[in-house]
Design a protein around this ligand. Structure first.
Ligand SMILES: [Zn+2]
Ligand SMILES: [Zn+2]
Length: 345
């Protein structure tokens, strides 16, 4: 049996012929298995969706209740038999509810990781290493220049700035699903206990995190605050809002942006970010390569991002490897500030 007999890359995404399902399909399909709630992986319009309860809820928040014909929730560690393929969800450590999907048949196991990170995150279940024959990895930060470092150290920079400029508002751009909530949790971990203000676009997902028991402290809608309250305040917003009219109502704002791309100083400068915070929900180069090795996989398939260096790394370590060239991913979360094709990061 070849791995392609279990999972086949197709234009709509990875397809399991045995079970008749696609993983993270980019087009409407009959049966979808979805790794996590980012919109490039979780799209509306499928006949049925199998995903974790959190991913289903997040899709419902974003698309409304009728985003799929039928839905089924899978728990981490629970194995389901779908047409002779055994499907198991394992935590991916990326955002709340994110899962790697293991597909097994006839003694061969393939793990489709979706997006993942192997570092601690107080807002989601930790990444679980799953031994497998074929590992399908993302490659968002698949270049040796990407080393994310310590997120607490990045938050300490923000805290220093808040202490130094108590009259200025600190606007922190952060992706709405996952990053914003993780940044808030890290700020709380650093001991900051004043209210944190939210842009309207972050409210529903952040409230959902709280409803799932993620501790984020006191949160207030920024629109409900007057200018005097906002002096010295920390305000989370989508990065796009940093350059919009919205940001002008804040007293002498300091702009920060939490993203793995902030490692690239030119990106921060170009966007006028005074305080770049290198915080990513994707594995960095060390995380990607360590994970590939630890899975014990003899074969690696690399999808969306900077595929070439990871393929080269795998082959030079004696593994079979190939880029999948799947189209349609990497349009959300940390693609903010992604280098254009051909432009070096
Ligand atoms: Zn993602
Ligand atoms: Zn992705």
């Amino acid at each position: 049996m070849r791995p392609e007999d279990i999972l086949l890359p197709t234009p709509a995404g990875l397809y399991c012929g045995l079970g008749g399902f696609h993983i993270d399909p980019t087009r409407p399909v009959n049966k979808a298995v979805i790794t996590h709630g980012h919109s490039d992986h979780a799209r509306p319009g499928h006949g049925s969706v199998l995903a974790t309860q959190e991913t289903l809820d997040l899709m419902g928040l974003r698309y409304g209740g009728n985003f799929a014909g039928t839905v089924q929730a899978a728990r981490y560690g629970e194995s389901l038999n779908i047409g002779g393929a055994t499907v198991t969800f394992h935590p991916a450590g990326h955002v709340l509810g994110s899962a790697q999907v293991a597909v097994e048949h006839d003694g061969m196991r393939i793990v489709a990781s979706g997006d993942y990170k192997n570092v601690a995150d107080p807002t989601c279940a930790p990444f679980e290493l799953v031994k497998c024959d074929v590992f399908i990895t993302e490659a968002t930060f698949g270049l040796p220049v990407f080393r994310h470092g310590d997120p607490d150290g990045e938050i300490a920079k923000l805290m220093r700035s808040v202490a130094l400029f108590p009259e200025r508002a600190h606007l922190v751009g952060a992706y709405s699903l996952g990053k914003a909530q993780r940044v808030i949790a890290l700020i709380r971990k650093a001991g900051y206990d004043r209210p944190i203000y939210l842009h309207g676009a972050l409210e529903s997902i952040t409230r959902y995190y709280q409803s799932r028991g993620v501790g984020l402290g006191e949160l207030t809608a920024a629109r409900d605050a007057d200018k005097s309250q906002l002096a010295g305040a920390i305000v989370l917003c989508p990065s796009s809002a940093l350059n919009e009219l919205w940001s002008r109502r804040f007293p002498d704002p300091v702009t920060a942006f939490a993203s793995g791309w902030m490692r690239v100083r030119a990106r921060a400068r170009q966007r006028g970010i005074a305080l770049p915070l290198v915080i990513s929900d994707h594995a960095d180069w060390d995380g990607l390569t360590a994970t590939i090795a630890a899975t014990g996989a003899g074969e690696v398939w690399v999808t969306h991002g900077q595929e070439d260096a990871l393929v080269y790394f795998s082959v030079s370590h004696g593994l079979k490897a190939r880029p999948l060239a799947l189209v349609g991913y990497g349009e959300e979360d940390e693609t903010d500030g992604v280098p254009e094709r051909g432009e070096s990061p």
